[in-house]
Design a protein around this ligand. Structure first.
Ligand code: PMV
Length: 300
């Protein structure tokens, strides 16, 4: 089975579309795909009970699948079977995880060998179908995993550190479209270029400081930076009352910081904890509010 991972952005979403750095970590959960020779080209996503045929003018998945096939070595038709372990439209990089898994499965069937970095670059074409103007962070982390700083002009830069930390991810249950959120931010940027640039610059310095905080295992500082980043996302109107409720509950339960993650306007929030036990308490508080959630350990 070929794998593409989900991701959580710790600092810098949206600013990263405008060339600023962002910090993200890959998730162990994501999408698994397998390709086999078949009578016609078909993409089967059992998790969503979905069967899609490639169509350059069709729905998003049909278009993305057509794009992946057209860029892969022409050969016999294929069936690609996919299992997805992430909620879609929730800010966890689901479309990129599926794209990376599908492309890796096609590569495997057709004997194409490429590095995970090249696989990540290839998946930007899949992401463009879904997101219009993606920064590239989702597809690169989906392919390469780990904790990394990403910048459009520089690509992924892996972060190494000594002490693990825990993230609690809570789902607002409100689906959101990354493409629409990115377009809204673009409209704000057109209306008030100087104001938007100031926000992106502030996000960039949070991401740069966040990297140092991770390297120094200064988790309280990382948490404060996440809180500040949440305020900036709020200034871009990317939170919702439900996300505010979950972020407040996580902080109340002892998280070191909490924020919207990914495109926002719905989707998930993420909270930081330095110990596993605290993460359990934060998770319980989110579940108490009816939010589905999970804990992930970020290992060095
Ligand atoms: O919502 P997601 O998981 O697709 O994350 C989007 C991250 C953005 O910075 C908002 C967009 C991008 O392309 O980087």
């Amino acid at each position: 089975m070929s794998f593409g991972g989900g991701k959580v952005i710790l600092l810098g979403e949206h600013g990263v579309v405008y060339g600023r750095p962002a910090l993200a970590v890959g998730l162990e959960r994501g999408a698994h795909a397998k390709a086999s020779i078949h009578a016609t080209n078909v993409l089967d996503i059992a998790t969503w009970n979905l069967r899609v045929e490639p169509d350059p003018q069709g729905e998003l998945l049909a278009r993305a699948f057509a794009e992946a096939l057209s860029r892969s070595t022409p050969d016999a038709p294929v069936r690609v079977q996919v299992d997805v372990e992430l909620p879609a439209g929730a800010g966890l990089g689901c479309s990129a995880a599926v794209g990376v898994a599908v492309i890796a499965a096609l590569d495997e069937l057709r004997g194409v060998e490429r590095s995970r970095v090249d696989l990540g670059h290839e998946a930007i074409h899949w992401e463009r179908v879904f997101h219009g103007n993606p920064s590239g962070i989702d597809n690169m982390i989906a392919a390469c995993g780990g904790a990394a700083c990403y910048r459009k002009s520089e690509g992924l830069d892996r972060i190494t550190f000594d002490r693990s930390f825990w993230l609690v991810v809570g789902d607002s249950g409100e689906a959101s479209s990354t493409k629409e959120r990115v377009a809204e931010v673009a409209r704000f940027h057109e209306r008030d270029r100087a104001g938007a640039e100031r926000i992106f610059d502030a996000m960039a310095s949070l991401a740069q400081n966040g990297r140092l905080a991770i390297e120094a295992a200064d988790h309280p500082r990382l948490g404060r930076l996440m809180d500040l980043n949440h305020a900036l996302l709020n200034a871009l109107m990317l939170s919702t009352p439900r996300l505010e409720e979950l972020v407040a509950a996580a902080r109340e339960a002892g998280a070191l910081g909490a924020k919207v993650t990914g495109a926002g306007g719905g989707g998930c929030m993420v909270a930081l904890c330095a110990e596993e036990q605290r993460a359990g308490a934060v998770r319980a508080s989110l579940e108490g509010l009816g939010a589905s959630s999970f804990i992930t350990e970020v290992r060095s």
